[in-house]
Design a protein around this ligand. Structure first.
Ligand SMILES: N[C@H](CCC[C@H](N)C(=O)O)C(=O)O
Length: 261
């Protein structure tokens, strides 16, 4: 069977999207998703998403990592599926959709390429030696480093993701250093098992952890540079809970096509 697919990227984190409102694709086949995400034998992507109908919401986001396995929340994927929903004329500039971590509100620019996605509130921030560990819809490890540009993020990130603490469930590993009035972040992503050009739930985790690290409270806006561009995180922090968290940035349709599945 041939299906229509659309390729999107959000700050270089890239995804294959399918309009599955007619439920034509059985996406419970990890080998198929893994093949389609393969950058040489398939379309290529950090993950794959299916837009589906859901009573009470504009749509449902079903997300898989590049390894073909169902995943926790994908922030950049959430921003891209909102742009996809606008492209499909399902929404205009505001939306409420359902994802694996619950309902999400999002706004999209009239031009359809800038999306502000509300993330779940965060009430727990733990530490692991000198790193921070928190869940922003996906689990994240955040470590302040120096000379990030020259660090071996793949091997250092892979080692942490597979150590005795995290091996079983995995974790996304974010390395961060101050840059301008924000931060530079590089991420080794679970389920991609490689460094990606951006990680939305990851930069969100970094912004929250850095507010706590610097003991900043109130309404905070954190600009973050990633390999694939720039993202912005806005949130409220009272010293305990992080609320009204928005991940903002570009979401661009790169190409579309048909693929035999
Ligand atoms: N790899 C992540 C999910 C995708 C996260 C990332 N692409 C984002 O933008 O949040 C995990 O397995 O937890």
């Amino acid at each position: 069977m041939k299906i229509q697919f659309y390729k999107y990227q959000g700050a270089g984190n890239d995804f294959i999207l399918v309009d599955n409102r007619e439920n034509i694709v059985d996406h419970t086949n990890p080998k198929l998703i893994e093949h389609l995400c393969d950058r040489r034998f398939g379309i290529g992507g950090d993950g794959m998403m299916f837009l589906q109908n859901k009573a009470g919401y504009d749509f449902e986001m079903v997300y898989y990592n590049a390894d073909g396995q169902p995943s926790s929340m994908c922030g950049n994927g959430g921003r891209c599926i909102v742009a996809f929903a606008k492209f499909l004329n399902i929404i205009k500039t505001d939306t409420e959709f359902l994802a694996v971590d619950g309902p999400h509100h999002a706004k999209i620019s009239d031009t359809g390429d800038w999306v502000s996605l509300q993330m779940i509130d965060v009430h727990e921030l733990n530490t692991d030696l000198d790193a921070y560990v928190l869940n922003t819809g996906s689990p994240h490890y955040v470590k302040l480093v120096e000379d990030l540009e020259h660090r071996d993020v793949f091997h250092e990130g892979k080692a942490i993701r597979n150590n005795a603490t995290y091996r079983e469930k995995g974790i996304n590993v974010n390395f961060v250093e101050p840059a301008g009035d924000g931060y530079f972040v590089r991420t080794f992503e679970r389920g991609v098992e490689d460094e990606t050009f951006a990680c939305g739930t990851g930069v969100t985790a970094v912004a929250l952890a850095m507010a706590s690290h610097n003991q900043k409270t109130g309404h905070i806006v954190t600009p973050i540079k990633v390999l694939g561009g720039n993202l912005n995180i806005r949130f409220n922090y009272d010293g305990k809970a992080f609320t009204d968290i928005f991940l903002e940035g570009p979401a661009v349709q790169v190409f579309d096509g048909e693929v035999e599945i």
